[in-house]
Ligand binder design. Sequence first.
Ligand code: HEC
Length: 144
Amino acid sequence: MRRRLIPVNVVIASLLFILLSLEPDQIKPPKAVMDRGETIYAKECLGCHQADGLGVQGLNPPLAKTKWVLGPRAQMIHIVLKGLTDPIEIDGDTYNNPMPPHLHLNDQEISDVLTYVRNSFGNNAKPITPADVKKVRAAIAKGK
Ligand code: HEC
């Protein structure tokens, strides 16, 4: 009796499908970046946003799958560099405590901590580079 093999084109199609479904977004950043980011998070963010990134209801918002964390990189960088005083709403809760600016952190530190946040607490979003931070810092310096 002839052995039934899976046709080669089916195998190739399946492999291609698996490769294509691994979009860059789903690839974890290098461990060194995540480790540096975690250290900066512990020092600069944890006090308000908590170790689990879930914040404190009504006071400090969660960083898990919010539109600011998963959204455009420039917007997230802007919030963290310059702070935020506008009220925001997440899952029906309004947050209106001021978030302080973090202009004392350098471009590498900001990119590490934001890449860490974007890939922790159930988040999975593209890394942020020091060049991204540099651009937003320059815009802020011009009063934006
Ligand atoms: C003193 C407390 C405090 C610290 C420290 C702090 N935040 Fe926040 N953060 C807040 C508050 C309060 C808001 C909401 C501000 C508003 O709506 O006016 C906020 C908002 C945010 C947002 C947008 C809303 C959301 O939840 O997605 C992001 C992103 C964020 N913070 C990230 C960070 C990161 C990263 C750090 C550390 C580098 C940090 N924060 C440090 C209090 C803090």
